[in-house]
Every structure is written in structure tokens, then in C-alpha cells.
Design a protein. Sequence first.
Length: 232
Amino acid sequence: MKRPTNKYAEPERPLLERLLLRGGLLLLMTVVIGTVAGWTERVKAADEVGAPDAGLVARRMGSLGERLESTQGEMALLRVQLERATAILDHSARYQIPADLAADIYDVALSEGIDPALGFRLVKIESGFRRTARSSMDALGYTQIQLPTARFYQADVSEKDLFERETNLRLGFRFLNDLLVRFDHDTHLALLAYNRGPARVAEILADGGDPANGYSDAVLKGYRAPGTAGTH
């Protein structure tokens, strides 16, 4: 049976990784070979008229070290870019969403201090990745944030603004980040507060109750927090 194809699929990741890493290694080898070759020629020329100048040797070795450090920095940047591209392609394929939407969710989540994997799960549960989603409680857009909550972070934001992708993601993720701080980075409680309201969750906890209603479990199903080996 012919397997269905993802209309947002990109070139296979292993090939992308090989090409990027091969390019980085070639860059490193070119810098080293070119620098050593140039240094050797200069030493050879100096040797023809006498012993190599110690200062020249030291300067050339220093130059080689500087260029190697620069190349290592470029390799580190290349690796970060590869990790970002890989994560975006993975999430685009997993949730069957356009790569540009996956990129925005990933980047905005990071900028607001949210693990991107958690950000994707929140948007999936809240809106099903629908920009124009609106609930019966007038929660709007991708993150289903309400206008009064959004105006706590951006006083002049309008309802129309909350249907704009970057604004909605930024304010929704900022709200979640604040809830994580308020509830001592307990992800379950922060998500319950996102769903039920922080005042309500705090009230239930103060009365010795359990605010769980299944929402946080739904968001965190299969989620693995950074730095942990297990799943929630």
C-alpha cells in the first residue's frame, strides 16, 4: 500500500544533516590546510636565507590558533542552526502544520522562556493550530488567550491583534511562563491555572483540594521535559 505523503515534508533530515556537517568539516579542513600551507611557505622562504625567525613562527602559530577558534565558533553556530531546523521539521511533520507556523511557535516559545515542545502541545490542545479559533468564553487565537489577560501584558492590544500569529503566541506563552514562575515551575499546576484561571487554582489549593480536571494531563501526554529521561 502506498503510504500517504506529508504536503509539508522537507528533504530527509539525515541527508540535510550530512550535507551541513560535511560543509562544516570542509570549512574547518580548508582553514587548517590553507593556514599551515601559507605558514610553511613563509618558513621555507626564511630558511633559504637563514634560520627561521622565532617571532615569525610565533605569529603564524598565533594566527592559526585564532582562525581555528573562529572556525570552531562557526561550527557551533552551524550546529545550533541544524538543531533548530531539525526541530522545526519534526514538529511540522508531527502536527501536520506548515513549516512557517512551526518555526514561529518554536522561536516565540524560546524567546518567552517556554520549552518549544510544551508550546506546541499547548497550541494543539487550545486551538488545534487554528489562527481564528474562538471559544465560548471569548478566548482567542492559537493560544486561546482572553483579551483582558492579553492587555495585562500589552495594554493597547485589540481583539483583532490577537488573531495575528506572532502577537497571540507571544502573549499566550508569556502568560504561561508567568504561571510557571507563580506555581514554582510545577508544569501541571501552571497549565491548570492557564485553563481554569490562577486565582481559582490557588483558591482550590488553599482549601486543600485538587484542581486537576484532566487538562494538564492532555497537554502533557507524551511530553518529556528538558533534562529528564521519562515522560509525564
